[in-house]
Design a protein around this ligand. Structure first.
Ligand code: F6P
Length: 360
């Protein structure tokens, strides 16, 4: 009997259940009744604390379109994995102990960058790990795309579409803050898809005056509204030039401004003379049913992960490379982030049609 554990870790996203289903169905299909699947609760927390349950085939039916994760998830920061806290628990030892106690032949891990790092750690500790890349941020290194991303792009684009109509009716400037602290993929894609006039992302620090120039130019051209799509982690050139410590002190002094969108408004309109509104869709972007693209991608990723388990090809993450699903060694991807290249085709095309990144 083959015993396989599955866990979902880090922030949730659309397609987690579809991916779990893909792994499970592919395993049941190839192993028939020679496989037992165990669901580990709340990501690495369940592995640390020995919180898991044997799943039934029926658990994986009817979940293709369901958002969230049937296994639950939690954030267990990688940097704390080897830190023994007040509870005196050595997390790595505890996870190895649970794995052994469960008698697992393989552990399938679904997660973003932090999760992949911990998966690599466990692989290096001798556990048979296979992973799948998920996150709405699309910043997992080693894959062209993560699942969850295109579903979130759809939601963020819809937000921009809706804001567009009210912005034009009232002749207002809207700042829409899109998720993505370290990577601007979601803002870039939804900004382009939603026809934003200005796109601000962490990888391309901006000049606030240039944002103002765009607004003024549009006004002079008879456009009574403007749309600015800004990533959570977008940063001005001045702030990007500061030391980490000085920036932290500055951010503490700006605690009345709850995010990048509101900070931008203070930078470009400190006297509040412009008709500006800020919209923050927040976790809405991670919720709901996966889009068709993600349903196909998670099915492919799930089947590929099951194949890696079947072939005992451990220590790998499944990934999309061009049109193909491939596997990449966790040792090559863990600890790296896939950020937006300021010179990539998507940015260049956006600039070619006049979208400003306020960086020139
Ligand atoms: O990693 C996905 C993500 O949604 C980021 O875009 C965002 O910065 C972060 O998670 C929010 O984290 P939390 O759900 O812990 O508030």
């Amino acid at each position: 009997m083959k015993k396989v554990g599955i866990l979902t870790s880090g922030g949730d996203c659309q397609g987690l259940n579809a991916a779990i289903r893909g792994v499970a169905k592919a395993l049941y299909e190839s192993e028939k009744d020679k496989v037992e699947i165990y669901g580990i609760a709340d990501g690495y927390r369940g592995l640390i604390e020995g919180d898991y349950r044997k799943m039934q085939k029926s658990d994986f039916s009817g979940i293709l379109t369901v958002g969230g994760t049937i296994l639950g998830t939690s954030r267990q920061p990688f940097k704390l994995m080897r830190v023994v806290g007040d509870d005196a628990v050595n997390k790595v030892d505890a996870m190895k102990k649970t794995y052994k106690k469960m008698g697992l032949d393989a552990l399938v891990v679904l997660g973003g960058n932090g999760t992949q790092k911990s998966a690599n750690l466990l692989a290096n500790e001798g556990l048979n790990v296979v992973s799948l890349p998920k996150t709405i941020d699309n910043d997992v290194y080693g894959t062209d795309v993560t699942f969850g991303f295109h579903s979130a792009v759809g939601i963020a684009t819809n937000v921009i579409d809706c804001i567009h109509t009210t912005a034009t009716s009232h002749g207002r400037i809207f700042v829409i803050e899109i998720m993505g602290n370290k990577a601007g993929w979601l803002t870039l894609y939804s900004g382009v898809a939603g026809g934003a006039d200005v796109i601000l992302i962490p990888e391309i620090p901006y000049e606030p005056e240039q944002v103002l120039d765009v607004l003024e130019e549009r006004r002079q051209n008879g456009k009574n509204f403007s749309i600015i799509a800004i990533a959570e982690g977008a940063i001005s050139k001045a702030d990007a030039a500061m030391s980490k410590k000085d920036l932290r002190i500055k951010r503490e002094s700006q605690s009345a401004l709850p995010g990048a969108g509101y900070r931008l408004v203070e930078e470009i309109d400190p006297e509040h003379k412009l008709p500006i509104r800020v919209t923050v869709p927040g976790h809405v972007q991670r919720g709901g049913s996966p889009c068709a693209f993600d349903r196909v991608l998670t099915t492919r990723f799930g089947a590929a992960a099951a194949k890696l388990v079947r072939e005992e090809n451990f220590g790998n993450m499944v990934a999309l490379y061009g049109k193909d699903v491939v596997s990449v060694p966790l040792s090559e991807t863990a600890g790296k982030r896939r950020e937006v290249d300021p010179d990539c085709g998507e940015v260049r095309a956006a600039k070619d049609i006049g979208i400003s990144f306020a960086d020139e």
